[in-house]
Design a protein around this ligand. Structure first.
Ligand SMILES: [Zn+2]
Length: 197
């Protein structure tokens, strides 16, 4: 566990854009938990998920702007999971970012004849924003988006992709939420049992 952080980072959602949304918990509520408390935290998160970002370059993007993007992505996903319609303003923010990010995309042809896509800039926070927003745009346009769920624990609202055949995955991770919730349910059912005696 990181000192002064509300929770441990996880990259287990199944998608980089969801991992990014999961850098907070209880979005917009009074008990909002924030992992990205400084620009350095963003660089640390990028390194954690394997995104190469230069930490010594001054970013033209503020942490507040990056968080605003993430919160729009959270609300859009939340509405999709609950089969309700996302706000137009959030869609406007998303599309603004997609346009900006796409201007920086280039396709490279490697020596072995394989094409690869990359961003032409490496400016810290902006690269993170462009990477996650392009990844998010691919996710929401794909069939995979139908499999996105929100953790069933009342102490967590992380998103994840449910790859199980019978759509049975309930918690973001068994290690973090699954074990805690199972223990809670066992405790509650054993109390009920005792109550009957
Ligand atoms: Zn969870």
């Amino acid at each position: 566990m990181y000192k002064d952080k509300p929770f441990e980072l996880s990259n287990s959602s199944g998608h980089i854009s969801l991992d990014f949304i999961n850098t907070a918990n209880f979005h917009g509520h009074v008990n909002h938990q924030e992992w990205l408390q400084s620009e350095l935290d963003v660089i640390e998160w990028a390194n954690f998920i394997g995104l190469s970002v230069e930490s010594n370059t001054r970013s033209t993007l503020s942490l507040t702007e990056l968080i605003q993007l993430r919160e729009a992505m959270y609300r859009i996903t939340f509405h999709a999971v609950n089969q309700t319609i996302a706000d137009k303003e959030d869609m406007r923010v998303l599309n603004k970012w997609i346009k900006k990010a796409q201007e920086q995309v280039e396709i490279l042809l490697r020596q072995d004849g394989v094409f690869s896509k990359q961003l032409t800039m490496s400016d810290g926070l902006t690269k993170v924003a462009f990477t996650v927003v392009l990844s998010f745009s691919e996710l929401i346009m794909s069939d995979l988006f139908q499999k996105v769920k929100q953790c069933n624990s009342d102490r967590c609202e992380w998103f994840f992709i449910d790859h199980t055949k019978n759509k049975s995955k309930q918690w973001c991770t068994m290690k973090i939420c699954g074990n805690r919730e199972k223990a809670k349910r066992f405790y509650q059912s054993s109390r009920k049992e005792k109550g009957r005696i």
